[in-house]
Design a protein around this ligand. Structure first.
Ligand code: SAH
Ligand code: SF4
Ligand code: F3S
Length: 486
């Protein structure tokens, strides 16, 4: 679910939480008067939701602004995944207090997962907050804002079984004009014992595939060249005409069930020059059909984010992940078999889950050796109130031990990332140019199919949004360095 570039040189607990960094919206103008400022925290799903929120309020005459000082309405779209994510938001609310002192009519809203988790408690705990809206309540925002305008506090944390915002065209915020995210489903039914998402996002539901393909086509026509299909567990995507659209069913008489593999194919067929990525895959649900669809389409990127969480079967069972160490390793073998060694694989790892012994932690390290991940997001376990783990197991590993174990995991990943990048040195890679390199405007930056960042000097012919073949000359653990090949 994350697609944030983190230089491995600076990889630490702080930077792996880059998925909890802020993205400020860029300005867009409807020529009307009220100004909305949104900050997003957490996973890409939240960033994608902020684009839906902007779209809903755009219709009501709100312009977005990237300058908090100009704003009439401030929304923080929040994350609850770890304690630290929530603390970051609370600190930010403190800072926003000074703006509200200067401009008492400033409306402050908290959206997203923290809003859902804390509901009205947020109003009691954070006096500055006027509005609380959960992830399924965004259509109600115009009404909630009006309620605050009338002098009341406003809350909607209703979780829906149907809402997918499928008909809303997101206003692309902070966009490079080349890559975009498309939400294909919402919620999660998995109940991993450590995870707060099923409580903050509700039941799993899939979005109409026709609206997904239409959104991809529209993006392509606007010049975008890569879409990432988003869901907490994309492999359990399932949509059936029969359940969802009786009218269409009567028209074409099909009882067709659309699986994730079918959806991938539909989006891949939008245009051969449109690249497709997806996240997150769950090891227990990714099928051969998905892997074969990836193999059959050049424009489906050869990269799978397949979080393992732990390399030990007992811990995986406590986590309720639904697979064993051996089963996971077999899945990795299957990926290698069907997609070859070049297919990149990344993971999420949690250090110091309840009752994890030293030997069980070692199992995570040896699993990493066996897989050789290209990339990983690594965290220390953070107990979340109300989750099965919080109810059933003691959070009994000290912060010191958790941190040391995390450091060992990070160190190993750094070695593996470097090793995997080195395998590309001396090869030619097809790269989609995303824009200027962060360090120099004389260089482009883009990604390979395997999601590796490549940096190379510009030439006169290539353009942002174009594909180039790049000869890879050298690398670091985080970046490939090369030149455009003839
Ligand atoms: N749906 C995705 C991602 C969920 S959240 C998946 O199933 O993989 C992203 C990552 O945050 C998780 O993969 C997990 O590694 C981490 N995470 C979730 N809850 C956590 C917790 N309580 N403490 C530490 N890390 C956690
Ligand atoms: Fe959380 Fe598990 Fe669902 Fe991922 S699959 S969101 S970790 S419950
Ligand atoms: Fe995403 Fe954080 Fe919610 S990771 S789903 S924003 S708890």
């Amino acid at each position: 679910m994350k697609n944030v570039i983190v230089d491995l040189e600076v990889l630490s607990e702080a930077s792996t939480e880059a998925c909890e960094t802020v993205k400020v919206t860029e300005a867009s103008s409807t020529g009307k008067s009220r100004k909305l400022y949104i900050e997003s925290y957490g996973c890409q799903m939240n960033f994608s939701d902020s684009e839906i929120v902007a779209s809903i309020l755009h219709k009501e005459g709100f312009d977005t602004t990237a300058d908090l000082a100009q704003a009439d309405v401030v929304f923080l779209n929040t994350c609850s995944i770890r304690e630290k994510a929530e603390q970051t938001v609370r600190n930010r609310l403190q800072q926003i207090q000074s703006y509200k002192k200067r401009k008492p009519e400033l409306l402050v809203g908290v959206l997203g997962c923290m809003a859902e988790r804390l509901k009205t408690k947020l109003l009691e705990e954070e006096k500055i907050v006027d509005l609380v809206a959960g992830p399924d309540a965004y259509r109600d925002l115009p009404k909630l804002v009006a309620q605050v305008d009338d002098g009341e506090k406003a809350v909607n944390t209703f979780l829906s079984r149907e809402e997918t915002y499928g008909d809303i065209t997101p206003v692309r915020l902070d966009s490079n004009g080349v890559t975009a995210f498309i939400s294909i489903m919402r919620g999660c039914d998995n109940m991993c014992s450590f995870c707060v998402v099923p409580y903050t996002r509700g039941r799993e539901r899939s979005r109409d595939p026709h609206s997904i393909a239409a959104e991809a086509k529209d993006l392509f026509e606007k010049g975008f060249r890569e879409v990432t299909l988003l869901g907490q567990n994309v492999d359990s995507y399932k949509w059936s005409e029969a359940e969802n659209n009786k009218a269409r069913l009567e028209k074409n008489g099909s009882h067709h069930v659309v699986t994730f593999a079918n959806l991938l194919e539909m989006v891949a067929n939008v245009h051969p020059d449109l690249r497709i990525r997806f996240s997150t895959s769950h090891p227990k649900d990714i099928t051969d059909e998905v892997l074969l669809t990836m193999a059959a389409h050049d424009n489906i990127c050869k990269y799978i984010h397949l979080p393992v969480q732990s390399g030990n079967t007992r811990i995986l069972e406590l986590m309720n992940r639904g697979y064993t160490r051996e089963w996971y390793l077999q899945k990795i073998n299957r990926i290698r078999e069907l997609l070859g060694p070049q297919c990149a694989i990344s993971s999420d790892m949690i250090a110091g889950f309840c009752s994890e012994t030293e030997a069980e932690h070692e199992d995570t390290l040896t699993l990493m050796d066996a897989v050789q991940y290209d990339y990983a997001y690594m965290f220390i376990y953070s107990e979340r109130p109300g989750t099965p783990a919080a109810k059933k197991y003691a959070d009994d590993i000290s912060t010191e031990i958790k941190t040391r174990r995390l450091e060992e995991i990070i160190q190993k990943q750094r070695d593996h990332s470097l090793k995997r990048n080195q395998q590309d040195v001396g090869t030619v890679q097809r790269v989609l140019i995303e824009g200027d390199s962060r360090r120099s405007s004389t260089h482009w930056q883009g990604r390979t199919s395997a999601n590796r960042v490549a940096v190379f000097p510009k030439n006169e012919v290539a353009n942002k949004g174009g594909y180039v073949n790049v000869f890879i000359e050298s690398c670091t653990a985080g970046t490939l360095i090369g030149r455009i090949a003839e």
